[in-house]
Design a protein around this ligand. Structure first.
Ligand SMILES: [Zn+2]
Length: 316
């Protein structure tokens, strides 16, 4: 198995790599089991396969997200099957993907779900692959739904053991937003990570994030509907596979018998129109948020303010 480092390759070496006719390029994916790697390699044609491995410690934008940890070259060294023979490895930073695709002009580019921040059709490497008329494939990192569920369970257990806040402590607004930022890592939606904290007199009562339905690794396994439809950022159609953080919050409060009277809801992103209308029907009387929602705040503001909810934006 030959290993290359994109940042150390000369122009001549890059030309030689590009000369690998009909190369298939697997763009720096998340961690996968060797069985799944073998499966992907078997499913590909017999052409040369260049396997990208990220030099970034984490996927940029998804730092600390255990569910989206990048696959490292050591994992490929463990491949025992004959599929490994047709493999060459390319170590690279994710920011270089667009240049790699532009220069090597692979015939097929394989993207593994959960290997990038935001949405694939917002990203330069995707459009670079479109520009060179490569065949683009979006694949699951799992061999089966069973494996996806088992993986989700394992990671969830680690997150559940994390203590992001203490129930007895009083927090400042700034500290609450720092906790919301840490909570982002618990989201399995690489497209966006809204988080919410229910607060009374500076004490955090509950903390939630957007939860992928029907199980956390579902979108990784089945793919993102937004990406499949290439939904534009300003589109009002609800295509997220998640229960929004606000919906999760009402459910957590209901189950934990937490009263909503005299509480504030802190959010890293302003509620979407649907959640805003829902929150207007609850006793929550104050919303503190950091970023605007990409669908705009107009509808939400109108409904919430008309229901007597006080809204405040905090600039980080
Ligand atoms: Zn919502």
């Amino acid at each position: 198995m030959t290993t290359y480092d994109w940042n150390k390759l000369s122009d001549k070496d890059k030309k030689n790599l590009a000369a690998l006719k009909k190369v298939t390029f697997i763009a720096g994916p998340v961690l996968m089991g060797t069985k799944r790697i073998d499966q992907i390699l078997t499913n590909l044609s017999d052409s040369a396969v260049l396997f990208g491995c990220l030099k970034d410690e984490w996927i940029p934008g998804l730092e600390g997200f255990l569910q989206f940890a990048p696959l490292k070259v050591e994992k490929l060294n463990k491949l025992k099957s004959r599929e490994a023979e047709k493999l060459a490895v390319l170590n690279h930073f994710q920011k270089d993907l667009k240049y790699i695709i532009r220069e090597l002009k692979p015939k097929i580019v394989v993207f593994i779900n959960g290997s990038w921040f935001q949405q694939i059709h917002y990203r330069k490497e995707f459009w670079e692959a479109v520009n060179i008329a490569a065949k683009i494939r979006l694949e699951t990192p799992f061999t089966s739904e069973y494996e996806a569920k088992r993986f989700a369970k394992k990671i969830e257990a680690i997150y559940e053991a994390e203590k992001l806040y203490s129930k007895s402590k009083k927090y400042s607004d700034k500290e609450i937003f720092q906790i919301l930022e840490k909570k982002r890592r618990h989201s399995w939606d690489w497209c966006g990570q809204p988080t919410a904290a229910l607060v009374r007199n500076g004490r955090i009562l509950a903390l939630t994030h957007n939860r992928v339905m029907p199980y956390q690794a579902f979108q990784m396994h089945e793919g993102s509907i937004r990406e499949k439809l290439q939904v534009p950022a300003q589109e009002m159609i609800e295509t997220h596979l998640t229960n929004h953080a606000e919906v999760e919050m009402l459910e957590v409060a209901r189950r934990g018998k937490i009263r909503l009277e005299n509480t504030s809801l802190y959010m890293n992103i302003f509620p979407c129109p649907v959640c805003a209308k829902m929150l207007a029907r609850t006793p929550i009387k104050r919303i503190v948020y950091e970023q605007d929602h990409n669908l705009g705040n107009t509808i939400g503001y109108k409904v919430l303010e008309a229901s007597g909810v006080k809204i405040r934006r905090v600039v980080a």
